[in-house]
Design a protein around this ligand. Sequence first.
Ligand SMILES: NC(=O)c1ccc[n+]([C@@H]2O[C@H](COP(=O)([O-])OP(=O)(O)OC[C@H]3O[C@@H](n4cnc5c(N)ncnc54)[C@H](O)[C@@H]3O)[C@@H](O)[C@H]2O)c1
Length: 248
Amino acid sequence: MSRTVLVTGASKGIGRAIALGMADRGYDVAINDIASEKAGLDTLATEIQEKGQRALPVVADISNQEQVDAMFQKIFSAWETLDVLVNNAGILTVSLVENLPEEIWDRVFDVNAKGTFLVTKAVIPHMKERRSGRIIHIASIGGKHGGPGQAHYCSSKGAVIEFTRVLAMELGEYGITVNAVCPGIILTEMGRNNLGTQAEIDAWTQKTCLKRLGEPEDVVGSVAFFAGEDSAYITGQSLNVCGGIIFY
Ligand SMILES: NC(=O)c1ccc[n+]([C@@H]2O[C@H](COP(=O)([O-])OP(=O)(O)OC[C@H]3O[C@@H](n4cnc5c(N)ncnc54)[C@H](O)[C@@H]3O)[C@@H](O)[C@H]2O)c1
């Protein structure tokens, strides 16, 4: 039986690349996104099945407890086990703090921080019972080194990085590892929408040691590493996958 993984926010961008990359590595993949992205999830499910793996599309807003509960009911009525959780879903808006509406701060924290908490909380009993599991958060280099206009986003990703460390402390004795991947600038809808002018794109490219911005596929290897046996003795860490923008 193939190992199983749930990837949240999988209909496009980094989540989609992770879902396909995990199918390439022999995983069955449950793929989540919000209702408006259902068509993308269905297309992705077909692509995963064409690779010979099982695919399970599950629509849910990860910031909503009832929808998260319904998502896991669907997953566990279809599959007996979930080996790996990839908390990828996230949102980004740009605003200086002095102009930032309270509702936007709340929404960004609801999805990026609370959503990660709700989905993780739901898998803990299952992974504890099996004394095995891999939890991987897609955080951001912004969670370590913020940028102007992104206080809410960077603070939420900083919360995810600290959440990673505390979870590692709580779950290590049950054979569960918890790690974060911190992408740099990745050319997805989110990445492109926030890069700004060509001059800003060029400046970011120059700031990156490898002199190119990332593609979604650049993030996959680190997730596969944290999901597999080669990382068995690594937990509570946050790994930058940024082509060399920050170094800590
Ligand atoms: N693109 C980048 O440069 C970059 C850099 C660092 C970190 N990240 C992080 O990587 C992750 C993926 O980003 P991306 O660039 O692929 O973004 P994206 O916007 O292309 O994709 C994000 C996906 O998450 C889904 N999503 C949003 N809210 C959701 C919710 N409440 N419930 C379920 N799904 C939801 C969206 O519908 C979308 O399909 C995010 O957590 C993001 O913060 C991205």
